[in-house]
Design a protein around this ligand. Sequence first.
Ligand code: MTE
Length: 313
Amino acid sequence: MHIHRRPGWNRPESEVTPREWVMGRRALIGAGAMLALPTPGRAQLGAVPPLPPHTRNDRYPAGRALTAEREATTYNNFYEFGSHKGIWREAQRMPRRPWRLAVDGLVETPREFDIDELIRLMPIEERIYRLRCVEAWAMTVPWSGFPLKALMDLVRPLGSARYVAFQTAALPAVMPGLRQSWFPWPHMEGCTIAEAAHELTFMAIGMYGQPLPAQNGGPIRVLFPWKYGFKSGKSLVRITFQEQRPATFWATVQPQEYGFWANVNPAVPHPRWSQATERLLGTQERVPTVIWNGYGEWVADLYRGLEGERLFA
Ligand code: MTE
């Protein structure tokens, strides 16, 4: 599908006032300075530009109806903003511009990108992916972004790089969750170099044709659609290529319950609940969970020879 864009001078009203201000307007009462009206014809300080034109890649059929945008953007896990599902309100206070993403460690050319420069450099496309949370809810979302492999081709990891670490922003002024000092902030996630280079591993910069909202990990997050959602770290500021397996957030907090691999498998229950089924956000329908979240034909081969690992927790 082609995402139709109007010429620059013909903006729909919804884009004149940045969309998230409209959505989050109640949450913003009191955030005085941010509510200045946009000046027509001038870039708004901190404003997020629309996504560049791009088309949908249909190679990975989701096999499910899309989740309503409102459900996907108002029922979230983002512990930096709090440990409840309604953090989208708090998240509106996080500025998504300017934003820098460092890509460093064992690479030929470490770089720090301005997010808009990175978006210009990358092959942006839309993909519909399922996301299955370890808590047994799921959604199906049209994400815009680029394969992590395209970024790897730019910085060229060295042969000694075996793992990739993903670091989330830690902004105490706008993230009340950081006061929960027993959590090991900043939030880190990780994967192997083979998982990072896999064609399904996607860096999302948008959803539903719009820039990625803060509550869903804007301006940039990683997605591993065959793994439990907690692997898909949000609002990234650093991607590091390294020799050692990174200590990851949930595996540090609760190692008995959450591991490094976290691949979806309905036959391996969480210690406190079954993973056999999942609840679809919006319709609340309960459907069977599928191994590798349905992406087995693409990813199962990644794990040959690793059967001794705790692949499904
Ligand atoms: N990333 C950060 N930095 N902090 C988080 O709390 N939660 C994870 C993941 N990424 C989380 C995170 C979990 S548990 C899930 S299920 C998904 O984000 C939820 O993504 P969504 O809010 O876009 O549905």
